[in-house]
Design a protein around this ligand. Structure first.
Ligand code: GLU
Ligand code: ZN
Length: 482
């Protein structure tokens, strides 16, 4: 039975790399009918952030990455928290001390600082000088004046197998006597991760390659406890398009910011899955079910993955286009509320659906509608400058007046009728369609581009169309030189 875990530390908001790790664990579990576990590694009490924890939970739920077990929190599984498992870590730390594989250390911070400075003066990397290794201090894991350190072998080398990279070895002499239990009684990451991965029956670990050197240390602890480590899969790092460390500059924000910007969870999942994994054909749009079905170890790469925000936007646009119109409306409504475009419980769903249908092709992110479709909800507060220069010339006024008058007297506000008015205008003035269409579009929307004009006008309705054309004519008369 495959059992994997996502083990975030709630010290900062979860970013693309964290969530990609969660996703790969999840896809691997689902592909193998295994279990996916969420374990919160909250043993660093100084760096702990409540908002980070909330964001992790929210982010996973938003993406639909659900965990399969955990303590019951009112009919739902909660995550495991390491901070609630302290006795377990103490028990194993004591065992290692009893067996002579770990020891209490009472070195004061001042002493350690002095050692650090001496080593720095000699241009050496800091390593604890093992002062207490043979002193046999008696203490207890809860005693704040001592920590528990691991007795690293002093020579030889230690190796572990990485599924993607093969055997990875470390020279033991470079390994420090790492701390297992800190003076505050909490375990270190290195210790708790080993204990929990073993006790929770984890079979495979997927995590970022920045943990490779930690895995070398963990191997010693596994050996000391006589345990077999899980299979290790260290995922390639994710870089920005310029091949530098991924950051906000590349548009890589925390996961919930993507949600707020109007990315769809389905698109986000699809996009993340392709960061370091490939289905080995040219398909890029893959549903959650398809990802689960196709996810496999041999599609994983050790070459850095590149985060390309434009690709994410393209993909998101594809998902928006695949949506049912009604579903798109449902997704847009929260934004409309946020922007004050609709208020209260009363709104015209029919109207919103027509707006969705008109705009569906044009959105990459849900929030794009703020700039591209505001005029369905608000009067334009100005006109596109370039558009004004090209379309709002004074000689257009008679043409616009003609269209206006015809619109006012139309018996039926339908696309076909609107189109006929333009055709009549072309005939009458001997001009191309664009000469009539463009200024009208600019008048009603303030923009030079958008959905088909007749569709737009039909949705907008007669009243608003007429008012806006009048207003634009007025504006030209007052603002454009002869
Ligand atoms: N708590 C570690 C982190 O947040 C987990 C690393 C691991 O998966 O072992 O990155
Ligand atoms: Zn010491």
């Amino acid at each position: 039975m495959v059992r994997v875990r996502f083990a975030p530390s709630p010290t900062g908001l979860p970013h693309i790399g964290n969530i990609r790790t969660a996703l790969f664990n999840y896809l691997f579990a689902k592909h193998n009918n295994g279990k996916f576990i969420l374990r919160i590694e909250d043993t660093d009490r100084e760096r702990y952030r409540e908002d980070a924890l909330d964001a992790i939970i929210k982010g996973l739920k938003w993406l639909g990455i659900n965990w399969d077990e955990g303590p019951d929190i009112g009919g739902e599984y909660g995550p495991y928290f390491q901070s609630r498992r302290i006795e377990i870590y103490h028990k194993y730390a004591k065992k290692l001390v009893d067996e002579g594989k770990a020891y209490y250390c009472d070195c004061s911070p001042e002493r350690l600082k002095r050692v650090r400075e001496e080593m720095r003066a000699k241009k050496l990397n800091f390593m604890y000088d093992r002062h207490c290794r043979k002193r046999n201090i008696k203490s207890d894991p809860t005693d704040p004046s001592t920590v528990i350190r691991f007795k690293m072998p002093l020579s030889g080398e230690t190796c572990f197998d990485d599924v993607l990279r093969g055997k990875i070895c470390f020279d033991n002499s470079t390994q420090d006597d790492i701390i297992l239990i800190k003076s505050d009684g909490f375990p270190t990451y290195n210790f708790a991760v080993v204990i929990d991965d073993h006790l929770m029956g984890i079979t495979h670990i997927f995590r970022g390659e920045e943990f490779i050197s930690s895995a070398g240390k963990h191997k010693h602890i596994y050996d000391a406890l006589g345990w077999e480590p899980p299979k290790m899969v260290h995922l390639a790092m994710i870089l920005g398009k310029d091949r530098s460390k991924l950051s906000k500059r590349h548009g890589a924000t925390s996961i919930m910011e993507f949600a707020e910007q109007g990315f769809l969870p389905e698109a986000m999942m699809n996009f993340l899955a392709l960061l370091g994994w490939s289905p080995k054909d040219d398909r890029e749009i893959l549903s959650k079910d398809e990802l689960v079905e196709r996810f496999s170890l041999d599609g994983l790469s050790t070459k850095p993955a590149v985060f390309d925000i434009e690709k994410l936007e393209w993909m998101n646009g594809e998902y928006i286009r695949m949506m049912e119109v009604e579903k798109l409306t449902e997704n847009l409504i929260p934004y409309y509320r946020k922007w004050g475009w609709i208020n209260g419980e009363k709104y015209d769903v029919e109207y919103l659906n027509r707006v969705s249908a008109a705009m569906q092709e044009r959105l990459k992110k849900l929030t794009d509608i703020k700039e591209l479709g505001f005029y369905f909800f608000q009067e334009p507060s100005g006109y596109d400058e370039k558009g004004v220069r090209k379309q709002f010339k004074r000689d257009r006024i008679p043409w616009m007046k003609f269209v206006l008058e015809k619109f006012e007297n139309l018996d039926n506000w339908r696309e076909e009728k609107l189109e006929k008015v333009i055709a009549e205008g072309m005939e009458k003035f001997g001009v191309g369609a664009g000469k009539l269409i463009h200024p009208i579009r600019l008048a009603v929307s303030g923009l030079t581009r958008g959905p088909g004009l007749f569709e737009l006008l039909e949705i907008l309705g007669r009243e608003k169309t007429i008012a806006r054309i009048k207003r634009a004519i007025n504006w030209i008369e007052n603002n454009v030189e002869e």
